[in-house]
Design a protein around this ligand. Structure first.
Ligand SMILES: C[C@H](O)CC(=O)SCCNC(=O)CCNC(=O)[C@H](O)C(C)(C)COP(=O)(O)OP(=O)(O)OC[C@H]1O[C@@H](n2cnc3c(N)ncnc32)[C@H](O)[C@@H]1OP(=O)(O)O
Ligand SMILES: NC(=O)c1ccc[n+]([C@@H]2O[C@H](COP(=O)([O-])OP(=O)(O)OC[C@H]3O[C@@H](n4cnc5c(N)ncnc54)[C@H](O)[C@@H]3O)[C@@H](O)[C@H]2O)c1
Length: 319
């Protein structure tokens, strides 16, 4: 399926690209024009929307046309919400904006046929190291030399994902937040092998998207999730101990701490499967850390397919 068309591959580098092992004449960040986003779920669709809205030509890749159709429908819906505010008094300009964004967006179920024209690959598939490594390893063999790879992982070490490729210097983390069109932050993660040029390119790209980047080390959870995920799990444990209803805990954190969503609402919003992957992975690496302890309730909900908003039920029910 194609929503727009893939524009002619743009030569990403105005200057010579500087990578380890290459002679370099300029240390300038790469110009990123064509972006491939892998994974059309809540995060990938959001990243694709924002990238296509800011002058990039974007190809969104997933495993089936059905999923991609759903992703594009979601993007259209989100664009309508954006336009309602941005072009409140100019509905025609709003409609033109949506048309233009959708023209810049194409979809594919075959990453291999898109990689040759990609300056940047942003992966936002399931939070599973092996699956991420497999896809990057495969694309690494086909990608142009200059192409930068980035993962949107919530919790996996970027260096572990990058280890399946031969472009350790052109690999970094770009961690977006849900919902991507609304959340202003991007965590940009460098591994010890990420080149300065790659890091600067990812910082610049985040700014062009209209986001505020912060620089992170490749440590578990980077900044936000290292603080946020133990907090969400502690809320579940509080509830499991019978020390508060989930409704009261949510109200308390919204009205008492000024959070836009309570921890149960937020967990359902993020996806309980994603939270389980995160906490299980950290617990495996550091089993003695009480902050990384899982929860029976969380495990049960995930085993029942109650993954939060995306499946219609999690801690709460959604119509
Ligand atoms: C785990 C991972 O690795 C990391 C993470 O992502 S952690 C999760 C981080 N995210 C959060 O913490 C989100 C917390 N929640 C929020 O900020 C807010 O509840 C929210 C922005 C999601 C929604 O806001 P809220 O006021 O509750 O609802 P709502 O009235 O529907 O939306 C507010 C505005 O956002 C807009 N909006 C919400 N979602 C949108 C979307 N997907 N696309 C476009 N616009 C959207 C709405 O149009 C609305 O605009 P308006 O104010 O002009 O009418
Ligand atoms: N949900 C969040 O709040 C959030 C926030 C930041 C980062 N993340 C991270 O982003 C990634 C995606 O999370 P999500 O919430 O969008 O998940 P999701 O389940 O909504 O979407 C994942 C998508 O990836 C697709 N996919 C799976 N394997 C694939 C493959 N081999 N090739 C192409 N597509 C494939 C699936 O079909 C699905 O559409 C995860 O690594 C997650 O940890 C999530």
């Amino acid at each position: 399926m194609s929503v727009g068309h893939i524009s002619t591959p743009t030569m990403a580098f105005c200057t010579r690209h500087v990578v380890r092992g290459f002679s370099s004449s300029a240390l300038r960040p790469a110009v990123i024009k064509h972006v491939m986003i892998i994974g059309g779920g809540q995060m990938g669709a959001g990243i694709a929307q924002v990238a296509a809205s800011t002058g990039h030509s974007v190809t969104l890749v997933d495993t089936s046309e059905e999923i991609l159709n759903k992703s594009v429908k979601g993007i259209e819906g989100s664009l309508k919400r954006v336009v309602k505010k941005k072009f409140a008094d100019k509905p025609e300009a709003g409609a033109e904006f949506i048309h233009k964004v959708l023209q810049s967006l194409s979809t594919s179920t075959h990453a291999e046929s898109v990689i040759q024209s990609s300056d940047l690959v942003v992966e936002a598939i399931v939070e599973n190291l092996k699956v991420k490594q497999e896809i990057f390893g495969r694309l690494d063999k086909l990608a142009p030399q200059h192409t930068i790879f980035a993962s949107n992982t919530s919790s996996l070490p970027i260096a572990d994902i990058a280890s399946s490729t031969s472009r350790l210097d052109r690999f970094g983390g770009l961690h977006f937040f849900n919902p991507v069109p609304m959340m202003k932050l991007v965590e940009v993660i460098a591994t010890p092998a990420t080149s300065q040029e790659t890091f600067d390119s990812l910082l610049n790209f985040s700014k062009v998207l209209g986001k505020t980047p912060v620089s992170c080390k490749d440590t578990p959870g980077f900044i936000v999730n290292r603080l946020l995920v133990p907090y969400m799990l502690e809320a579940v444990r509080l509830y499991e101990r019978g020390h508060g209803s989930k409704e009261d805990i949510d109200i308390a954190m919204k009205l008492g701490a000024g959070y836009p969503m309570g921890p149960f609402e937020l967990s359902d919003y993020v996806g309980l499967d994603t939270i389980k992957f995160i906490i299980d992975g950290w617990c495996e690496k550091d089993p003695g850390n009480p902050l990384f302890k899982s929860s029976e309730m969380l495990n049960k909900l995930v085993s029942e397919g109650k993954l939060g908003r995306k499946s219609g039920e999690g801690f709460y029910k959604y119509k």
